[in-house]
Write a protein that binds this ligand. Structure first.
Ligand SMILES: [Zn+2]
Length: 286
């Protein structure tokens, strides 16, 4: 079988990205980083000296984002030290925030080795109770779908307040195409259609803080490839064991995730990216 060459160099390609072409490992890593940089740059949202707090959850996409942020940070620091006159374009600061109940060694290693300033935040039970009372909840059937939604809602509430306490202008999430598409379908199913844009758009406001999702155009395939190519062992999360067991599907969120992974493997004209892109085209009637 003939191996297709990388579009950027002469090496054999290792990954194919729809519409973007064939890449060898190192050209893909560069392509992925530039894609992130362009999305942030083109949005023109972040200004000089802004503080962006990245909510690192220890997932594969979290590790990918941590690596991308740390690469650009090191690059800028080096360029600055070599050339005093060098005006770097993005003078914003990024810090990582990890919310946890107990400290995980793997997550700690990932944060330490990134070189990014970080905060580990363990909210107390009292704090969680207090937030649970004030955050937006759905309480109709008391089923798994609502529990899942309410759990995410509480997490978001806690993260946003912590980021505000750190004086952040943005809270950045590492949600990717598939996770955003699943969220989009879930909010529609829950009767929260007006949340579509906030869910899948690049930026939305939550409790007065802007939430950024620069990986909204990255697929799981791209993220997994990037993570394997760049992150050392001991940092990577254990393979997400695909729960094939139908009985594990208890909520709309897990059903949507299953539907999307099936769509990814079989869908030709329709895929999760189309769902995320659609959210941009929808406008609420005023
Ligand atoms: Zn190449």
């Amino acid at each position: 079988m003939e191996v297709v060459k990388c579009w950027k160099c002469e090496l054999p390609s290792e990954i194919t990205i729809q519409a973007s072409g064939f890449f060898c490992s190192s050209c893909f890593v560069e392509y992925f980083r530039q894609k992130y940089r362009k999305i942030i740059g083109a949005s023109k949202l972040i200004r000089d000296r802004d503080l962006v707090v990245f909510a690192f959850d220890g997932s594969a996409s979290g590790c990918a984002m941590l690596n991308v942020i740390s690469t650009f940070q090191q690059h800028f620091a080096k360029a600055n030290s070599e050339n005093m006159n060098y005006k770097r374009k993005n003078r914003y600061i990024t810090k990582a925030l990890h919310m946890t109940d107990s400290c995980n060694e793997r997550v700690k290693t990932a944060l330490e080795s990134s070189g990014i300033e970080y905060v580990v935040f363990s909210p107390s039970e009292e704090m969680k109770e207090k937030y649970e009372k004030q955050c937006f909840k759905i309480e109709r059937f008391g089923d798994e779908t609502e529990n899942e939604f309410n759990k995410k809602s509480l997490q978001m509430e806690l993260l946003v307040d912590k980021a505000k306490e750190m004086n952040a202008q943005f809270l950045m999430l590492s949600s990717h195409v598939e996770s955003l598409a699943a969220k989009t379908l879930s909010v529609v199913s829950l009767g929260l259609g007006e949340e579509i844009q906030a869910t899948a758009g690049l930026c939305h406001t939550y409790n007065g803080l802007r939430i950024l999702k620069p990986f909204r155009e990255m697929t799981k395939k791209e993220i997994d490839f990037y993570v394997n190519a760049t992150c050392g062992e001991g940092i990577l999360p254990e393979e997400n064991k695909e729960e094939e067991d139908q009985s594990s599907i208890k909520s709309i969120q897990s059903l949507a995730a299953k539907f999307l992974s099936d769509l990814n493997s079989q869908g030709k004209d329709s895929n999760p990216s189309a769902i995320v892109r659609l959210s941009n085209k929808l406008k609420m009637k005023s």
